[in-house]
Design a protein around this ligand. Sequence first.
Ligand code: C2E
Ligand code: CA
Ligand code: CA
Ligand code: CA
Length: 266
Amino acid sequence: AKASGKNTYAFFDEKINEKIVRKMKIQNSMKDAIKNNEFMLYYQPQYYISTGRIKGFEALLRWNSSQHGFVSPSEFIGIAETSGLIIPLGYWVLNEACSFIKRVIDMGYEDVSISVNVSVIQLMQDDFVENVNNVLRQYGLKPSNLQLEITESILMENIDFNLKRIRELRRLGVGLSLDDFGKGYSSLTYLRDLPIDILKIDKTFIDNILESNEKSCLTGNIITLAHDLGLSVVAEGVEEEEQLKYLKCYNCDMVQGYLFSKPLPR
Ligand code: C2E
Ligand code: CA
Ligand code: CA
Ligand code: CA
């Protein structure tokens, strides 16, 4: 029994070790990846349900690493956050995304917006608001052409400080979305105080629509609650007609998902 216990530990040690080594390798390759043009942005359209018109696009990072092949953002964003690389990478994303939406506007689409995912690590930088303002000016964009998406759970960890920064961004006039709503630490008290304009319902709640009456009811209630607070609602990860029908019924404002389009390179 002792021997097998020992083996078990050795097995886990090995697993943990492998994970750490992979993380370190990814972190190292990420350092040169911006310079080597290994990152790309894909864009996924967001539509108004009522009119079917396009609201804008969400910019989503893709990394084709020369050493590791395609690495998923759900793996590398966390590593970029702990290593601090998210700061230069985040600015690269902001710049690239603004350049994309400028081109779309120049094609004749006026009131479109680009949604950019922002890590709380970026938000905490003293010059973040100033840099956002500079990028907007550089491309001649209106603040309303930019929508920043901030993930709910991490935001709540340091809410007082983050609230201050979010108010500064609001004063600048950019749109603010609370991403992954319902997945994390949802505090309705904070939701009332947050100067955001869009709530993005997490995909799990969109999936729930197909599960059971009780579960879909919860999704409907979130939409109603958001509307009561004066927020617009985006449903993300919509894959089925049936989900769209339900969302329409609850007056959900916008949709995004494979039912309409996958994220695509420009
Ligand atoms: P997110 O912001 O919640 O983005 C939505 C994710 O759902 C994206 O995954 C998108 O490709 C995927 N998706 C969209 N529609 C559907 C659908 O109908 N079905 C399914 N199954 N999935 C759908 P992706 O691109 O892998 O990104 C994962 C996460 O990585 C994002 O979640 C976001 O938190 C983070 N991320 C991506 N790009 C950036 C970035 O530029 N900066 C930061 N800080 N985070 C980013
Ligand atoms: Ca997002
Ligand atoms: Ca999300
Ligand atoms: Ca997410």
